[in-house]
Design a protein around this ligand. Sequence first.
Ligand code: SF4
Ligand code: SF4
Length: 255
Amino acid sequence: MPIHERSLVESERVLKKERLVIDGIDVSGDWNLIILPRTVEDYDLDFAKEIMESPDGKTIQQCYQCSYCTASCPVHNYWDDRYNPRHFIYLARLGMVDELQKRVDVMWRCVSCHKCTHRCPKGVLVEDVLKVILRVMYKRGLIGDYPSKKFDQFFTENVLEYGRIEDGELLFGWMEKQGYKIKKDPILRKPIPFFSDIPKWLKDMVSKPIKEGNISFIMLNAKHMLFHPRTKEWNKFKQVLRKVMEEEGALAKGG
Ligand code: SF4
Ligand code: SF4
């Protein structure tokens, strides 16, 4: 299978002469570029099988390596080109666990924007698959806790509680966990942003709709903060979901 991204090829395997003329024909630069083959001996096909057997991971089989996901990924394009969803899928399917392990310092960086999944022409649930890859590696003791795990757990608990993403609860709850002093009203215990010790960007974000007089946005957010509209029958569904997630190792037991 061809490797399209040059950054993935070790520099010692790339042969290129800046100036080369053969039989009077100028083949300088990229015209004479050769990538030396490599031999891969360590495959762990049980690793790929475990991913495919997971409900979230089975669409990995549909990938045909077009790289739309990587081309769409903001982490790859604006942060670090070592974060490459197509490549992680490629390595996972071949069971090249050692190669994945070399990249664990960037593999947790997904920001869950779902652009990859949206753009994938083969219906691969890319973000879910990437999470399963990390989960299987974690279960096998191949990686430790990744830096964003605490936030992921907090996010999951928040969604499990309400059946939806509650932006205000999530944002201010997380800030509080990080040590920011969040001022709350004495009755409902809801955050009061302007009297809280929070970063400037957050104050600006909260004050923007007020400055712009965006009344409907303010009312909608205030309603959500005060009443937490819940998904119908959520409490029953929540118990089932929690049990499945605990069994899958995606949630700490009794959490
Ligand atoms: S966009 Fe889909 S098919 Fe293409 S490389 Fe990514 S996961 Fe595979
Ligand atoms: S969901 Fe993650 S992997 Fe997919 S495009 Fe967004 S940041 Fe990249």
